[in-house]
Design a protein around this ligand. Structure first.
Ligand code: OGA
Ligand code: MN
Length: 221
């Protein structure tokens, strides 16, 4: 059975973590929409969630802002981290960003409740540069990318706890991204039940802005 399972994974279009509307879009985005499953060890996942939990718990979940992209969430922007977490974020930086890229100094932490979800959007170019890298904790989820001009072109990323995803270049600018709500949470035919999910998102500064530039972005950009 295990052998069959692996075979089935191998025959999916894309890898076990990335599916697409066709081979062309998979090829086109193969370096710009990347999933690294198991990026975090179990210990690292726990380090991050233990550190984040008290800060998140102080906030209320927010719902149904008139135009908000995110529903059922609470969030924080964090600049002070324990040494252990700093080492993890350093690994994210090396894995996802070019040496020449400067990161936003505050890391975006987003806590989606089980019914929470993120509607399709493109992160504002005013506040984010070319690269977005996110760690997922607690619950698996599906991120869908849809080309903003040709909606028939899409990708699905399976984001398991402990995984890192990277969106850069075309995947970041030409495709919207969203996190599917529980009822719609499928990776192909495979149901991916959603529970509470925390993401830790690092972004590069908009090109042309130096690190000393004033004006931090709002939490969700
Ligand atoms: C966002 C966003 C994705 C995630 O906050 O803009 O797209 O992984 N988040 O939580
Ligand atoms: Mn986004």
């Amino acid at each position: 059975m295990a052998g069959n399972g692996r075979l089935a994974l191998r025959t999916l279009p894309g890898s076990g973590w990335v599916r697409g509307s066709g081979p062309a879009v998979l090829r086109r985005l193969q370096d710009s929409a990347v999933v690294q499953p198991g990026f975090l060890s179990k210990d690292e996942e726990e380090t991050l969630s233990r550190e984040l939990e008290p800060e998140l718990r102080r906030r209320r979940y927010e719902y149904d802002h008139w135009d908000a992209a995110i529903h059922g969430f609470r969030e924080t922007e964090k600049s002070r981290w324990s040494e252990a977490s700093r080492a993890i974020l350093q690994r994210v930086q090396s894995a996802a960003f070019d040496p020449g890229q400067t990161l936003l100094s505050r890391v975006h932490v987003l806590d989606l409740e089980p019914q929470g979800y993120i509607k399709p959007h493109v992160d504002s170019v005013k506040f984010c540069g070319a690269t977005i890298a996110g760690l997922s904790l607690l619950s698996p989820s599906v991120m869908r990318l849809v080309h903003t001009q040709e909606p028939g072109q899409w990708l699905e990323l399976l984001l398991e706890p402990g995984s890192l995803y990277i969106l850069r270049g075309s995947a970041r600018y030409d495709f919207s991204h969203e996190i599917l709500r529980d009822e719609e949470s499928f990776f192909g035919d495979r149901r991916i039940p959603r529970s509470r999910r925390i993401s830790v998102i690092c972004r590069s500064l908009p090109e042309g802005l130096g690190p000393g530039q004033p004006g931090q972005p709002p939490p969700a950009c």
